[in-house]
Each structure stands twice: as C-alpha cells, then as structure tokens.
Design a protein around this ligand. Structure first.
Ligand SMILES: NC(=O)c1ccc[n+]([C@@H]2O[C@H](COP(=O)([O-])OP(=O)(O)OC[C@H]3O[C@@H](n4cnc5c(N)ncnc54)[C@H](OP(=O)(O)O)[C@@H]3O)[C@@H](O)[C@H]2O)c1
Length: 331
C-alpha cells in the first residue's frame, strides 16, 4: 500500500552548530520501497548524542553528506508499507530507530528498524525508548548485573541512568544512584538508594552500601568515575566509563544491516521490559515538535529527570509544564 501525497516536516541542518541550526524542511514523503514502511511519527526522543553529532563534538560520521537529519528514536503509526514488509500493516503502532532523521513528522524506514509498540505503552515513553533504553540494557548485560550485585550508577535520575537503575533493581541488584538533592525522592520511589554527587561521594556510597561490597560501577555522567570505582575496590572489569557508553551508543546507531538487526533486537527487549513493568520511563519534558530548540536547551542543562521527548500532536501548543518544575515549585 502506498502513501497518497503525504508531506513531511523534517529537521535538517547544513552545518555544525547549536540547536538553532535545525530547520524544518517540508517535502513530499517518498513511497516506501521494497522492505520499507512509512510511519507517521507521534513522539521522538532527544539525546545528547543527537546534539554531539550536530555540533561536531562527535565526528564518527563526519563524511555524511549535507544536509543532515536529526534524531534516532521515534514511535508512530504505519501509514503505508512497501512490498516485502508484510510484518507490518497500515495502522500498526510501532517503535523504531534510525541513525539520523527521527525528528520528522513522517518518515520512511526499513521494516528491519521497527518493532510493534506494546499495547498500553504510552506514546511519549515509546518515542524516547531506543537510544537511552538500549544503551542502558547493553551496559547492564555487558556487566552481567544481577541479584548478587551492589552497583553504583551515576546520573541515575537521567535518561539512561533512570532506565538502567530500574532494570538493575528489577534483576534484584542493590542499586545506588548518584544525583542532586532534588532527585532523592524520585530515586527512592524507584527503590534506588540516592547519593549526592560531589566532594566526599565515596564515603556516602559506602554508607549507602550498608556493609555490602560495591561490585560494579557505571559512570554515565563521566566525572571522576574511575577514581571513585577504584577507591571503592570495584574490579576494573566491572567498571564502565562514559566513553564505554559512547561506544555502545555509536554501535546502536550504525546502519549496516547486522548492526540494525542487533539494535532492533535490543529495542524489542527494552520494549518488553517496559511492557512488563521492569521500569517506568518518566518523561519530564514533553515539547511540541516545533519547539525542538527548547527541547535541546533543556537537555543541555544536564538536569533532566528521565527523558525529554518531542510530540507531533501535543494536546496543547504551549510547552508542557515539566514534572520536575512542578516538583520544584512545590518544594
Ligand atoms: N561520553 C559520551 O559520549 C556521552 C554520550 C551520551 C551522554 N553522555 C553524558 O552522560 C550524561 C548523562 O546522560 P543522559 O542521556 O542520561 O543525560 P540526561 O538525561 O541529560 O542526564 C541528566 C542527569 O544528570 C545528572 N547530573 C547532573 N550533574 C551531575 C553530576 N555532576 N554527577 C552525576 N550526575 C549529574 C542530573 O541529576 P540532577 O538533576 O539530580 O543533578 C540529571 O538527572 C550527560 O552528561 C551526557 O552529556 C556522554
């Protein structure tokens, strides 16, 4: 089945820079080719890696042609399918990933990049699931985090950390999460022991461990993690740095067929875990699609709780008040 003259707005940029280099480009959507599916995007996550690729800090794909697209996570509804994409039907709810180009109202992707959205999983959650969720899970699997572990996770209230900490908890680990004071209640609600980052953190982690030996350390934030892990006696093989996380993210964004298949398999696992209630992804910043610059500004302040997500059909054209602002206004 084919698209009938659908137009898409796609964020593109023609040179490296801050989020204000992003401009919506309207153009007719291609009909899906062999093995492809057209999707109307409902929600799309924003990630630090999107910003790093756009501002040139991450140069892995510096040979990509211009203009370039933005965004890797999305969830939406199938509007058309090409031959050989029979796994999906028009009207199916899907979650997907692309290396770039998810920040669009519609897109055409290979069916290999999609999984069915579990019924009941909210659109915002689904839209922000891929890069953060798959990174969180791969690092946990790589370290084989399980019930015998006492694991420290830095930036535990953030996009990757909040998913990672909850899945580790779901597997029975004792989880200590670093965060600012403002996120203590949030982490406690998830069964995670909050510890304030900054001077003296080793002592606070030891107290939070309550006599247990810290067996693993995941440094999402990328500050002093290896020194702290060493001082806590964590074996080098059970420490993962922010650079390790970068490698995981870049692997998840590769677009050769084998990498895409692995990425989609990890996405399916993450979606299943979300559907099973292993974690709840808090979306504390839901921005209308047109407000992408505000969404990235919010992300780059480095104090998001859970994820920041773009919505193509928000219930109000005004920026949705963020859960953490409500919390802080009440504090
Ligand atoms: N190495 C890489 O290539 C790479 C790739 C992706 C991401 N990163 C970095 O990883 C970090 C987390 O990623 P994310 O996607 O989860 O981002 P995120 O959702 O933006 O993370 C924000 C969280 O970071 C916490 N945070 C702020 N300052 C901190 C500090 N000094 N120590 C520990 N936590 C702190 C915040 O907690 P409070 O609000 O409670 O302070 C907030 O909950 C970001 O800083 C990002 O730049 C690095």
């Amino acid at each position: 089945m084919r698209n009938r003259s659908i137009e898409t707005d796609t964020y593109r940029y023609t040179h490296y820079g801050n989020a204000d280099v992003l401009h919506a480009h309207r153009h007719p959507l291609d009909a899906p080719g062999f093995g492809q599916v057209a999707v109307e995007v409902i929600a799309a996550g924003v990630n630090h890696m999107d910003a790093f690729l756009r501002n040139g800090r991450e140069s892995t794909w510096h040979d990509d042609p211009w203009p370039r697209g933005s965004g890797s996570d999305f969830a939406g509804i199938v509007t058309a399918t090409g031959p050989g994409a029979e796994r999906f039907r028009v009207g199916d709810d899907v979650i997907g990933h692309v290396r770039t180009g998810a920040h669009a109202t519609h897109l055409v992707v290979d069916a290999a990049n999609l999984v069915h959205k579990p019924a009941g999983l909210p659109w915002e959650t689904a839209g922000g699931l891929y890069l953060a969720g798959a990174t969180a899970l791969r690092v946990l699997d790589d370290l084989r985090i399980g019930a015998d572990d006492t694991v420290v996770i830095s930036a535990a209230a953030g996009g990757v950390g909040s998913i990672q900490a909850q899945i580790a908890r779901y597997r029975g680990a004792h989880v200590i999460g670093t965060c600012g004071d403002r996120n203590f209640d949030y982490l406690r609600q998830l069964g995670i022991r909050p510890v304030r980052y900054g001077e003296g953190i080793e002592d606070r982690i030891r107290r939070a461990a309550e006599g247990r030996r810290v067996t693993a350390f995941i440094d999402n934030f990328g500050k002093d993690g290896s020194d702290i892990a060493r001082d806590l006696g964590v074996a080098p093989g059970r420490y993962r740095s922010s650079e390790d996380r970068r490698d995981v993210e870049l692997d998840l964004l590769k677009d050769d067929p084998e990498s895409v298949a692995r990425g989609t398999a990890t996405l399916a696992q993450v979606a299943d875990l979300a559907a099973a209630g292993a974690f709840r992804l808090l979306v504390s910043g839901l921005y209308p699609f047109a407000d992408i610059i505000y969404a990235f500004d919010d992300l780059e302040k480095l104090h998001a709780r859970g994820k920041i997500v773009l919505a193509t059909h928000p219930v109000t054209p005004y920026r949705v008040m963020r859960a953490r602002e409500i919390h802080e206004a009440m504090a």
